[in-house]
Design a protein around this ligand. Sequence first.
Ligand code: GRF
Length: 215
Amino acid sequence: MSRKRVGILISGRGSNMASLVDAARRDDCAYEIACVISNRPDAPGLQIARNAGIEAVALDHKALGTRDALDAAIHEALLANGAELVVCAGFMRIMTGDFIAKWEGSMINIHPSLLPLFKGLDTHEQALQAGVRVHGCSVHFISAELDAGAIIAQGVVKIGLDDDADTLAARVLPVEHLIYPAVLGALAEGRIRLENGQTVFADDDAASLSILATG
Ligand code: GRF
């Protein structure tokens, strides 16, 4: 089986990246990690990648100066490492339309809310303020509009009366770590694709990945 090569973009801690790296160690995994790229040279996730023997690339957005320059450098690094799919995992820079267009249908993100609710930052606080009773995370294709691309899968957690943003984040994160490798696997196998701005599942097994509910 030839594995799809995946470039992962991060900005920080890298726990989602680590879950993808772990999953890629399995013999039956449909993808391999080609490189991990961070716009912050001090991102702890870069060291996790290096320790795992993965090509870790720091592209300092401050040194590069403009959004165009950062995206061009990222694109080059992805191609240099043979990436076929791009996975954003806590990548905190807004990308240019040109860059997004180049990877359309091949670039996904995980966002810590049940989209289209609570785009942007501080999603757990936003959910608490809104008083919703369920919360979670969404994996979606990346499109030009921030956090608005076609949703692929969502993981759901209940909000308890005692929850604060930290406890909620701590319950959502393990769900992210389950759902992201599963979705990436199906994408790498060609069982999930983007068609006319909508997610298409090739079979029932792929479709069954689209919701993950936990107690
Ligand atoms: C995660 O909550 C992810 O959903 C969001 O940023 C956070 C990144 O965490 N996009 P980590 O770096 O993967 O630990």
